[in-house]
Design a protein around this ligand. Structure first.
Ligand code: F7E
Length: 340
């Protein structure tokens, strides 16, 4: 049985990837952070007696930055494939928690690479990188694997550090390391403080008769939003290649936060009109004029990437991968899931 090790197995991507790998017959080992409250809701459905009893799903307590214990764990498991997905992934929060963000997204990669040098050299590593490495891609639209990096927040800086180290260890130590430069990818399992989930949860509540008002920051933020279960398939495909390489994962299309919100409201039968400018902007229901969305300065970032759009041509040509779900379909899928 092929063994995979997933850091961040309890997160959105980790849970979809665990599902995919279990379905492919892998034994899946996952790293779980110890906390006083359980945070395993996304993988609870996988923790059946059958999976756990047969050793097909094994969870290990650990911390990437507890270097010695992590090293010991990796050597005990001896995985054929490692998917490194763990880390503080909220860009806005990275301005408030820059050190934790850099430790978890930057230094942890270095620890992992150093541990890997002593493993069987056939072990393959996927590193979860991000479109935030591009930050302000002046004139470079869409962005691809050759676009210069120019991060605009601590999160993006940490991901650049991680990605460059991945390349260095590939070139200088011959490790099989792939960087997946993923643009935004969403799902009903997205954390509740990311914008698509905030919108889909809010729209579903409002459609159910709740007098809620969604409060958001920059409505002009333009992102390339895809569907997370499709992205984990690409992660797996990268590690099945003959040669390690870096790939952009994206849909190639963008929408503003405003457009995503309008699509979510339309999907639940509550069409809205946006009125006003800047922090005065609101969305009102078309049927009764009630405010259902307003802008709050609280959710603005010191600097926000204006527009990020990926060019997934290389992933299509070499991995045979193409994002299928985006835009209004993604918004509809997410609000539908909230309505149960
Ligand atoms: O923001 C704007 C915000 O936090 C998207 C992470 O997975 O993708 C994600 O990072 C846009 C930005 O995602 C709110 O200013 C408006 O323009 O959902 P987000 P993100 O920052 O793009 C990349 C690829 C990653 O790698 C990251 O790990 O939406 N926005 N109002 C808001 N954003 C949030 N969170 N909350 C708001 O109220």
């Amino acid at each position: 049985m092929k063994k995979a090790f997933i850091t961040g197995i309890t997160g959105q991507d980790g849970s979809y990837l665990a599902e995919l790998l279990l379905a492919k017959g892998y034994a899946v080992h996952g790293l779980v952070r110890r906390a006083s409250a359980y945070n395993r809701s996304r993988i609870d459905h996988l923790r059946t007696d059958e999976n756990v009893g047969s050793g097909r799903l094994v969870l290990h307590y650990g911390e990437l930055n507890d270097v010695t214990s992590f090293h010991r764990l990796l050597h005990k498991i001896e995985p054929a494939e490692i998917y490194h997905l763990a880390g503080q992934s909220h860009v806005g929060l990275s301005f408030e928690l820059p050190e934790v963000t850099c430790l978890e997204n930057g230094m942890a990669t270095l620890h992992l690479l150093e541990s890997m040098r002593e493993l069987d050299t056939s072990t393959r590593l996927y590193l979860a990188q991000s479109s935030e490495i591009f930050g302000a891609p002046e004139g470079e639209d869409p962005q691809d694997e050759t676009t210069p990096v120019a991060p605009r927040n601590p999160y993006g800086c940490a991901k650049v550090f991680s990605m460059q180290l991945g390349k260095v260890y590939r070139e200088s130590h011959g490790l099989f390391v792939c960087n997946g430069i993923a643009f935004n990818h969403e799902s009903p399992r997205r954390g509740e403080n990311f914008v698509t989930r905030k919108i889909s949860m809010g729209a579903a509540r409002i459609a159910a008769g709740d007098e809620a008002v969604i409060e958001l920051g920059n409505l002009d933020g333009r992102r390339d939003w895809g569907y997370a279960p499709e992205y984990v398939e690409a992660m797996w495909r990268m590690l099945q290649q003959d040669r390690a390489d870096d790939f952009v994962l994206a849909t190639g299309r963008t929408h503003t936060v405003r457009e995503f919100a309008a699509a979510a409201f339309a999907a639940v039968g509550v069409p809205v009109d946006f009125q006003g400018q800047g922090v005065e902007e609101v969305a009102r229901r078309r049927d009764n004029g009630a405010i259902v969305l307003r802008v709050s300065p609280r959710y603005f970032r010191p600097v926000d990437a204006v527009s990020l759009r990926g060019n997934p041509a290389k992933a299509k040509a070499e991995l045979g991968w193409k994002a299928q779900t985006q835009g209004a379909d993604l918004a509809a899928l997410m609000v539908e899931a909230e309505r149960g």
